[in-house]
Design a protein around this ligand. Structure first.
Ligand SMILES: [Zn+2]
Length: 155
C-alpha cells in the first residue's frame, strides 16, 4: 500500500484538552480556537468537520455539563490547595491570613479559567456519551435523538 492513512488513535486526554471530537479525536468541536473570545467561545460546530459526528445529542443535552464543571472546579481547588500547602503553607495560628490569601487567589483563578473550563466540561460531557470509533471514517457516528433547533444553545 502506498497511500498513507494516519489511523493512529489519538490519546483520550490530549484530544479532550484540545477539545476534539470524541468519535474521531481529530475534528474540532468549537468554531473558534480562542476561548477568550467571550462572545463566540461557546459556539460549537453542529457536527464534527472530520467525521460528521453530531455535537448536540438531544434537547438540553449540555445541562449535564454543570456536574462536570463542578468536578473540575473542585479538582482545581484541591490542586491549588495542595500546591499552596507545599509551597507557602498553612498554619493553625495563622496571623498572616495565608488561608484567606489562598481562597482569594483560588477564586480569581477559577474566574479567569472559566471559559477554558466551560469548554472542557462540554467536551468531557460529550465524551461520556460518544466514544472513539476506529471506523469513524466509515460513517460510524452516534445519531442525535429528538433535537429541537429552536432550543439549541438555549442553556
Ligand atoms: Zn469527529
Amino acid at each position: 500500500m502506498c497511500a498513507h492513512v494516519d489511523d493512529r488513535k489519538p490519546f483520550l486526554l490530549t484530544s479532550i484538552l484540545q477539545n476534539k471530537c470524541p468519535r474521531c479525536r481529530k475534528g474540532k468541536l468549537y468554531k473558534n480556537s480562542n476561548p477568550y473570545n467571550l462572545k463566540k467561545f461557546m459556539e460549537m460546530n453542529k457536527a464534527c468537520p472530520v467525521c460528521g459526528q453530531e455535537t448536540d445529542m438531544e434537547v438540553g443535552f449540555y445541562y449535564g455539563t454543570s456536574y462536570v464543571s463542578y468536578g473540575l472546579s473542585i479538582a482545581l481547588s484541591a490542586a491549588t490547595f495542595i500546591a499552596w500547602w507545599v509551597l507557602i503553607g498553612f498554619s493553625v495560628k495563622d496571623n498572616d491570613y495565608r488561608l484567606f490569601w489562598w481562597m482569594g487567589v483560588n477564586a480569581a483563578l477559577l474566574l479567569v479559567l472559566q471559559p477554558i473550563m466551560m469548554r472542557l466540561s462540554r467536551t468531557i460531557w460529550l465524551s461520556i456519551f460518544v466514544h472513539y470509533s476506529k471506523d469513524w471514517n466509515k460513517g460510524d457516528v452516534v445519531r442525535a435523538e429528538r433535537t429541537n433547533a429552536s432550543l439549541q444553545n438555549a442553556w
